[in-house]
Design a protein around this ligand. Structure first.
Ligand SMILES: CC/C=C\CCC/C=C/C(=O)SCCNC(=O)CCNC(=O)[C@H](O)C(C)(C)COP(=O)(O)OP(=O)(O)OC[C@H]1O[C@@H](n2cnc3c(N)ncnc32)[C@H](O)[C@@H]1OP(=O)(O)O
Length: 277
């Protein structure tokens, strides 16, 4: 195995190997024998998704697709958290330009991740609220360590999970469970998430998590890749097209919401609460 230090400037494979990264937001490891990629989010302490992390993820996904990656594991370098979701500081008192740029990069990254032709598995080694849950739900398979929390908790913060976040959840756990979970902004323990199908497997620890993730990819990589990807994208196309054809409306929805005084007040209180913990 060798490690490619992913940075904001990507070049050829060999130039990346020699690159001394100053921004190391995504660690990319590619197994030389199998080609399997491990994409490890590395923005301590909790992988909050700011513009820079989303951009690094997007570039990594483009690179993997261009290099015909056979399979990818998405995980985190944090001991406690897979991803804490969208970076609250990106949404707290932003300028219009900053908010628009941020949301547009979130859309780019999600579209790439949700539509990869190659199999993807989320190795969820920590808490996974809101945008973190979205990342996990965008992979094809989810494996989680015990005693962590996952879910779309937006309602509890006084904000609304966008339609495409909701659609991802509905596609996985079905209409009724998704409606209940989304209205309440419910967070599930790993064990509860397994029960309702929000995750597919539990692992005992990080080693078991990675082994199970590799097992899933081995199975998928044994299937004819073209047929596999056509079926995958066929299942996902309605959800994808809704956003792809409505990107500007979705940005407008975000901007209309984020600048509401009540939303700013909720964000401020929540940020303060997290800092006081
Ligand atoms: C206007 C909106 C319109 C549309 C909305 C869009 C949809 C929004 C989607 C989202 O994703 S919103 C974000 C939701 N995220 C959360 O609710 C998670 C909040 N965080 C936590 O619950 C916990 O941090 C944790 C993930 C469970 C990890 O707990 P732990 O005890 O390990 O860490 P700690 O809480 O001490 O946090 C460390 C450090 O990180 C800061 N932090 C945490 N989460 C975020 C975040 N999402 N964005 C920015 N910063 C975050 C936290 O404040 C601490 O900072 P400090 O070290 O400076 O105190």
């Amino acid at each position: 195995m060798f490690v490619l230090r992913q940075c904001l400037t990507l070049g050829t494979k060999s130039s990346i190997r020699n690159f001394s990264a100053t921004t190391n937001l995504v660690n990319l490891t590619i197994n030389e024998d199998t080609g399997v990629a491990i994409m490890e989010l590395n923005k301590p302490p909790v992988n909050s998704l700011n513009y820079e992390l989303l951009e690094a993820m997007h570039r990594t996904l483009v690179k993997l697709e261009n290099e015909k990656c056979p399979g990818m594991i998405l995980t985190s370098s944090s001991r406690s958290t897979f991803s804490a979701g969208l970076d609250l500081l990106e949404m707290y008192k932003p300028t219009v330009d900053k908010a628009r740029r941020f949301w547009s990069m979130l859309q780019n990254t999600w579209i790439k991740l949700y539509s990869t032709p190659y199999p993807t598995v989320a190795a969820i080694n920590g808490h996974s609220p809101a945008g973190g849950c979205l990342l996990a739900m965008s992979c094809e398979h989810r494996i989680m360590v015990p005693d962590k929390m996952i879910g779309l908790n937006e309602t509890q913060l006084g904000i609304v999970a966008p339609q495409w976040f909701q659609d991802c959840m509905r596609n996985i756990i079905g209409e009724r469970q998704a409606e209940k979970a989304l209205i309440a902004g419910r967070m599930f323990t790993s064990e509860e998430a397994l029960k309702i199908g929000l995750v597919d497997e539990l692992a005992t620890d990080k080693e078991d998590l990675m082994q199970k993730a590799h097992d899933f990819l081995d199975e998928q990589m044994g299937l004819p890749p073209l047929a596999r990807s056509v079926v995958k994208v066929g299942f996902r196309k309605d959800t994808l097209s809704k956003l792809i054809n409505g990107r500007e409306a979705d940005i407008k929805m975000f901007l209309d919401n984020v600048f509401q005084p009540k939303v700013q007040e909720s964000l401020e209180n929540y940020i303060q609460m997290l800092k006081k913990k």
